[in-house]
Design a protein around this ligand. Structure first.
Ligand SMILES: *Cc1c(COP(=O)(O)O)cnc(C)c1O
Length: 406
């Protein structure tokens, strides 16, 4: 392998985001390929037995086995670390593998976790159901209520977990407050930053200790492959994350890591364009005057707008609405869409809409769902890259057919 400027951290850390997204972390082989090489290999051969021994001893640079590191996955990890401003990153097969391993790496039996209750369904299951099975207690709080975080801390609290903005309610957690509180109490903070993306929000700057992503969403951005990433400091990686993942093996496939590298090249462009579209669509939905509410952090009517825009450079690509006619009207609306797909994925180039109460949050008990504000009339829209006027026309005709307007 030839060294490439993409690997020179002193230089790449001074590059602007757009350059980092295209060139950060790149290694180039002797062949000089412009597109990153895909190393579909599980193992590595050594020139001699002494080299193998030296590499295992850590005295020689190089790869030993793809569960420990793979060159294509490493390029994805190095690029992710660079854009997030993290010291290090490790990639995983899915977003849930990233979040589960991040959480498991910072707790042991007897510990206690405080978490916001507005979470992606599987994240909530990890905190509420999986961790207690292994003797880790958890308390779920209203993440928007700083006093609730404070009140939940116990002497054995070792980790905080949160998602902001949260899926699908767009609840915003005060990152600076919660990170400061955790550190005063000797706890580490793990943030699921999927909704915000690394383009719009960098939780490490507010003190978060670990940031986890589902790369399946905006990072791939074209609905093709699953992947995830854990970003943190060298110290936390060595002490907490590596001992776990080197042995449990949640690795991403080199093929999927390569797809993610291609996705990152256009991440800034796509996320900003999707934010433009989301802002226009949110305003148009509000103007239709038939919804109970329209929620997007860019709207003047968004209750936590100031906090959201203090932490995020823009309002994001996802919005939520509530229809007055409950599930029946929400389904009628979805079934009338001609461009927007009925789909529970997010971050895709294609606009996707879902009814959280019957899909992503169907497994959350009804009472807990209502506590979160996930009502029967609520729909979530992940805004894509289509022309915003086509999206607005499609949503307008669906609103008309469902009897939301007029
Ligand atoms: C999708 C998602 C996840 C899980 O990611 P997978 O890649 O599907 O495993 C976690 N958190 C949030 C907020 C998500 O949207």
């Amino acid at each position: 392998m030839k060294r490439h400027t993409g690997q020179d951290k002193d230089k790449t850390s001074r590059w602007r985001l757009e350059t980092q997204l295209v060139r950060g972390g790149t290694w180039r082989s002797e062949l000089g390929e412009t597109s990153e090489a895909m190393f579909m290999t599980s193992g590595y051969a050594y020139d001699c037995a002494e080299d193998a021994a030296a590499r295992f001893a850590g005295d020689q640079e190089g790869y030993t086995y793809s569960r420990l590191r793979n060159p294509t996955a490493a390029m994805f990890e190095d690029r992710m670390a660079l854009i997030e401003g993290a010291e290090v990153a490790r990639s995983t097969a899915t977003g849930m593998a990233a979040i589960t391993h991040a959480m498991l790496s910072v707790v042991k039996a007897g510990d206690h976790v405080v978490s916001s209750r507005a979470l992606f369904g599987s994240c909530r299951w990890v905190v509420e159901t999986l961790l207690p099975r292994f003797g880790v207690e958890s308390t779920l709080v209203d993440g928007t209520d700083n006093e609730a975080w404070k009140a939940a801390v116990r002497p054995n609290t070792t980790a905080f977990f949160l998602e902001t903005p949260a899926n699908p309610t767009l609840d915003v957690v005060d990152l600076q407050f919660v990170c400061d509180l955790a550190h005063e109490n000797g706890a580490l903070v793990v943030v699921d930053n999927v909704f915000a993306t690394p383009v719009l929000q960098k939780p490490l700057q507010f003190g978060a200790d670990i940031v986890a992503y589902s790369a399946t969403k905006h990072i791939d951005g074209q609905g093709r492959v699953l992947g995830g990433c854990i970003l943190t400091s060298e110290k936390i990686l060595e002490e907490h994350v590596l001992p776990l993942i080197r042995n449990t093996g949640p690795n991403i496939s080199p093929f999927n890591a390569w797809v993610m590298l291609k996705g990152l090249e256009t991440l800034d462009m796509r996320v900003n364009k999707m934010c433009d579209n989301a802002e226009k669509v949110a305003r148009a939905l509000e103007d239709m005057n038939g919804f109970d509410w329209v929620r997007h952090p860019s709207l003047a009517s968004f209750a936590q707008r100031d906090l959201a825009l203090k932490q995020m450079s823009r309002g994001g690509t996802i919005l939520a609405v509530q229809l007055p006619g409950g599930r029946e009207q929400a389904f009628k609306f979805l079934n009338s869409l001609e461009i927007v797909d009925i789909s529970n994925n997010i971050g895709d180039a294609k606009s996707l809409m879902t009814h959280p109460a019957s899909t992503t949050h169907a497994s959350v008990a009804e009472e807990a769902r209502l506590e979160l504000g996930i009502t029967e009339g609520m729909l979530r829209l992940s805004v894509g890259l289509e022309h915003p006027d086509d999206l607005i026309e499609d949503l307008q005709q669906a609103a008309d057919k469902a009897g939301v307007t007029g």
